[in-house]
Design a binder for this molecule. Structure first.
Ligand code: ZN
Length: 217
């Protein structure tokens, strides 16, 4: 099965990607993993990507696309894969479609993890990070015994800028702007499946698997 997984920050996409890929016995292919593998392997593409990243610039689409093409041509991806983090926009989706057509295949399903903005804010804005050991706590879901103090090392807990409500809401807006056209691109192809991503991780995985089974029928 050839699957693309999309979802906003705070939807638990990385975790779901891992579980779903393992249930389906297909490789999880995330752009983060591909970047790291190319950079640490010292490939030409990796060197190129690193130049951009070292400057703090975004890696251009051509480089990302070339890495994805290379990864999808590996043996383990021939019977299926789960893509996480690619495509990010409609031009990338068009490139992916052409690429798969060259390989004689196409996407089966785009799983869209759905969580409402307030739930994402509740999940992310409750995070508190230890200044000393870096452990992440959560004021509601995983609180330390004493408020503001790390159970593990006694260090002081603080809220990272990334975890502030206004930062999260801004990231969600950017995500919606980028992703809405991508979802409608795939909706036109009739391959989008929405999955309610609220509630316990295992339940979300079960819902995703049920959606995939419905699609496979
Ligand atoms: Zn600590």
């Amino acid at each position: 099965m050839r699957v693309v997984l999309v979802g906003p920050p705070g939807a638990g996409k990385g975790t779901q990607a891992q579980f779903i890929a393992s249930h389906l016995s297909i490789p999880k292919i995330s752009t983060g993993d591909i970047f790291r593998a190319n950079v640490s392997g010292g490939t030409e593409l990796g060197k190129l990507a690193k130049e951009y990243m070292d400057r703090g610039d975004l890696v251009p689409d051509e480089v990302t696309v070339a890495m994805v093409r290379d990864r999808l041509s590996h043996d383990d991806a021939q019977e299926g894969f789960l893509l996480d983090g690619f495509p990010r926009n409609v031009p990338q989706a068009e490139v992916l479609k052409k690429m798969l057509a060259e390989f004689g295949t196409s996407l089966d399903v785009v799983l869209n993890l759905v969580v409402d903005d307030d739930e994402v804010v509740r999940r992310l804005a409750g995070r508190r990070t230890c200044r000393s050991c870096g452990k992440v706590w959560h004021v509601l879901f995983d609180p330390p015994a004493v408020e503001g103090v790390c159970d593990a090392c006694g260090g002081e807990l603080f809220q990272r800028d990334d975890d502030r409500e206004e930062t999260i809401r801004h990231r969600l807006e950017v995500y919606q702007e980028q992703t809405a056209p991508l979802i409608s691109f795939y909706a036109d192809e009739g391959i989008v499946q929405g999955v309610d991503a609220t509630g316990p991780v295992e339940e979300v995985t079960q819902r995703a698997m049920a959606a995939l089974r419905r699609f496979a029928e």
